[in-house]
Design a protein around this ligand. Structure first.
Ligand code: F6P
Length: 330
């Protein structure tokens, strides 16, 4: 089917999984591009859940006005258990067919694309994915929508924590999101000048961490910020702080978990821009007859990446960034 030109007339767009700042900008781009090409566009509310329940409404160009700057997703989102079942997917297909919808734009992460791929294989519904997740963990794209905003939010939080950490000579463990990956932590850590960055991709034990911090203490720096990815294998921020306090009581340790603060807020310029580019490209790809592909940005060009690669191939952590983090924190 890939590359065949079945004429697409009515498409639906939805967001699914964790929300990410910039999703609204992507929805806007899909609706405006599709309208430009004379397609009818529908919005599915609450992701696959809304698709199953038939919560689908026609969207006109004006319906997506005044949303480019807003965080969250006005179509709302959900993590759907029912869509994991064949029965749920059949109900979703019936809802779409009742409106003669013949193409989908799915905005989300790997769970969203896994569902979309299965849906295409079972029902032949063409689908293009737009990567929307703060985690930036999808193979085939340099950026996912929401990542830049999440990193900026985390850096702003770290800047504030730095003031109080320095005043009290405290060792702060600041936990950021990223599920089982460390992209948010690595970028946040470098951008905030952290003393150490702990991510799932690189195993660092507590003894090594203390040695590293003590090297920088030699230059009279008594406080430290340690950025910890939530999925860090040797412990989350709270566990590490407790272990250090037990083994090295001289350290005055504190813990901050940034949590869902990273998921909200107005998208940055970069997120608005990539969301607009990706939403546009998704509609062009559907019209051109592509399916089962994710839009990506590689070296500042939009590309199409097979779902299989985006979902299953491992996005390697940038080794140069790791080295930069190490050298600049000493
Ligand atoms: O995938 C985005 C993300 O924010 C992860 O970084 C985090 O692990 C997860 O979602 C949290 O999910 P929820 O909002 O459902 O608790």
């Amino acid at each position: 089917m890939e590359g065949m030109k079945n004429e697409i007339r009515r498409i639906a767009v939805f967001s699914s999984g964790g929300d990410a700042p910039g999703m609204n900008a992507a929805i806007r781009a899909v609706v405006r591009t599709a309208s430009y090409y004379g397609l009818h566009v529908y919005g599915v509310y609450r992701g696959y859940e809304g698709m199953i329940e038939g919560h689908i409404e026609r969207l006109e160009k004006g319906d997506v006005g005044n949303i480019i700057h807003r965080g969250g997703t006005f179509l709302k989102t959900a993590r759907s258990e029912r869509f994991r079942t064949r029965e749920g997917r059949q109900m979703a297909y019936d809802s779409l067919k009742a409106l003669d919808i013949d193409g989908l734009v799915a905005i989300g992460g790997d769970g969203t694309f896994t569902g979309a791929k299965l849906f295409y294989e079972e029902f032949g519904m063409p689908v293009i994915g737009v990567p929307g997740t703060i985690d930036n963990d999808l193979y085939g794209t340099d950026y996912t929508i929401g990542f830049d905003t999440a990193v900026n939010t985390a850096i702003e939080a770290l800047d504030r924590i730095r003031d109080t950490a320095e005043s009290h000579n405290r060792l702060f463990f600041v936990e950021v999101m990223g599920r089982d990956t460390g992209y948010i932590a690595l970028n946040t850590g470098i951008g905030s000048g952290a003393g150490a960055i702990l991510i799932p991709e690189v195993s660092v034990d507590v003894t090594t961490l203390i040695h590293h911090l003590e090297k920088s203490a030699k230059r009279q720096k008594l406080f430290s910020l340690v950025v910890v990815a939530e999925g860090n294998e040797n412990g989350n921020a709270q566990q590490l702080a407790t272990e250090i306090k037990n083994r090295y009581p001289e350290y005055d340790t504190k813990v901050t978990i940034i949590g869902h603060l990273q998921r909200g807020g107005a998208p940055t310029a970069l997120d608005r821009l990539i969301a607009s580019r990706m939403g546009y490209k998704a509609v062009e790809a559907l019209i051109a007859g592509h399916t089962n592909m994710m839009v990506g940005i590689q070296n500042n060009h939009t590309v199409l990446v097979p779902f299989d690669d985006a979902i299953h191939r491992n996005k390697e952590i940038d080794k140069e960034l790791l080295r930069i983090a190490e050298i600049l924190s000493l």
